[in-house]
Design a protein around this ligand. Sequence first.
Ligand SMILES: [Ca+2]
Ligand SMILES: [Ca+2]
Ligand SMILES: [Ca+2]
Length: 281
Amino acid sequence: MKQALFSLTAAASVALTGAASAAITVDGSLGGGEYGPALSVQTINTQFGDNETELNAAFGQVASGALELLVTGNVQQNGNRIYLFLDTAAGGSSTLAAAGGDFDLDQIQGNVLDIAPEFMFVINEQFGSVNARLIDLSDGSQVFASDLTGDVNAGAGTASGAGFSVALNNTNSAGVGGGSGEPDANALTATTGLELSIDLTSLGSPTQDINITAASGSFDGFFSNQVLGSLPDNTGNLGNGGFDLSTIAGDQFFTVAIPEPASLALVGMGALAMLGRRRSA
Ligand SMILES: [Ca+2]
Ligand SMILES: [Ca+2]
Ligand SMILES: [Ca+2]
């Protein structure tokens, strides 16, 4: 009986360990053992120029009460931006709207996503500093805003504060090449880019899986063809005439699953059930 109990406990422990996510270091670089397989992989080259602005792949997980993400690629240091739209709850609008006088929302209002986000993360270089912000789309308020310290073009710039850490390593020279959106199979060769950890409490403590659209463009809302989930083959820059991803084939988003405590409870219940059967045998 003791032997059986030990085996079941060991089995449950192995199952839990297998499901747990490795700890990450927020440094803008994909370290060994970090994350699982890519959640989304770019399939077309960038019309903003090779290693200027490109979004190669997204890795992500929810661990330690935080959303952890790495998007490999680059952001051009001319005011260009990487946007992450975060759909964390029911409701919200798939059409981006101005709110609270926020500069970025003013520039990108009217564009339509495949998802209905509650939050927008945006990172950009402005006036010589690299700035990261998380915006609550319901009112345009800033959940956090911080300039990165360190040189993003010489390794990593980082910022951290209450409930968040951000890093940008802007040295990528791999991944997709430049072109007009032709198919490109090199995205997974990129291992550096934007990495962040945001406490779930800063995201309204989501209880559903988090859907995320990554996009990139200029300070005045001219969007590139680098979106994750990827745009279809031979798609050029989305431009600044307004885009509607809902009319573009495929899912221009990826999903980070929230681990379900219920599944752990089921493991425990299964073990107890097996013990019960063994006792009665
Ligand atoms: Ca590249
Ligand atoms: Ca939503
Ligand atoms: Ca779509």
